[in-house]
Design a protein around this ligand. Sequence first.
Ligand code: ADP
Length: 475
Amino acid sequence: MRIGRRGSLRVRLFLILLAVGMVPLLAVGSILVYSSGQNRIDSLLTELQYQSVALVGELEERDYIENMAQPVLSAEIEQLARFYRGRIILVDSNYRICKDTYLLGEGKYNISEEVIQCFSGSNSFRYDEEQDYLELVLPIAGKEETQSGVFVITASTEGIRAQGERLREQCTVAVLIAGVLIGALSLFLSTRFVRPLKKVARAIDESSQDSVGGDIQVEDCAETIQIAQAYNRTLARLRTLDESRQQFVSNVSHELKTPITSIRVLADSLIGQEEAPVELYREFMTDISAEIDRESQIIDDLLTLVRMDKAHTELNIAQVNINEMMENILKRLRPLAMKRNVDLVLESFRPVLADADEMKLSLAVMNLVENAIKYNVDNGWVRVSLNADHQFFYIKVNDSGIGIPESEWDHIFERFYRVDKARSRASGGTGLGLAITKSIISLHHGAIRVHSAEGEGTTFTVRIPRTYRRQEAET
Ligand code: ADP
């Protein structure tokens, strides 16, 4: 797989950390700049209102609109306008500007919306962000509850705007510095986070340089320990598999060589004897033929086993009358039993119908019954029984034979394993029979158990589900 396209975990982590650090910082910065500007405008407005109301009070008291020849008040008006770097306009009840600190509008009429609204009794204020000023409009009361005029004051907000700009610049510099720091920290952390994973990858790489691979150990954190353990477990399984494969190959070669060696010895000794009698030829050739039979038996068994070992061996499942199947097996083996005068009995406790691959299951049971006869004593007995409950059917093969020592019970299902090698070979055994039987029973999702006492006899018990579930086979 191409790594580049997948995107590196380090880059992802870096971007996430950077975003986590920068987004709140930018949000806080913007809120700060905006709210501080707003606060200053609010406090300027409050102050302006306070000062203006006080001045308007004085104007009302001295009836300034009617009598403007009051230098003290005029000076106060000029002073307030200057203080706020703005302008004060007084409009009389005829909408005529009677006082303008800029002197530009005096004598002209002011019929702006704010002034008209103010004459109908409502104060107003306006913040013009573009032109940078704050405007406050207040009514000036006259005698006997009349309104003699309107007080309009504008205050420059340029200073506030300049302060806002300065704050924004400072914030930008602070965010940039913080951004660089956060970036460096994110880079450091993301590199640190992925370091253990890189170590694991490196350790696996190094371990895979060997043919089978050595165990790895990355004790950086709990996760890497877990990955290393899982990898080591898989490796151990592969090693066992590799060993058993090698063992199997060497066993196969050995088993296949044995009959060939015998054939060669027999043939060589015939060749070595000049004018050997015909009887000797016949005897040796009979032995050679027996060895060839053995060789072909081993090859047949091996092929059966290999076919059974394929990951998804297809079973030919059909409903099988197990009682009939058992009777046929015993019928076929009866001549072998009679040779040694072994009593062969079948006990069927109930009729059993079950899902099975009849050919394969017959082979599995036949191996068990054949062994029971082969590893028996002369004049012994073999009892085969068939029983079932609603879920499983049970086949038991019990003999009066030589038995199997308890230490061998686990091994007899291994390929080419024989308890008594000489005896097994003498009786034509390949050491593959029980391995084949076990494979077939496993394919049917069944189980096989052995119980035996040396010199007394052996019992093999097979348990197989009556209904075959294909899903189980796939899992
Ligand atoms: P083989 O071809 O040698 O019979 P199997 O796989 O069928 O190979 O059996 C493995 C070994 O288990 C046999 O060699 C034999 O020693 C032992 N064995 C199997 N069945 C019996 C039995 N019923 N009684 C005693 N020993 C048995």
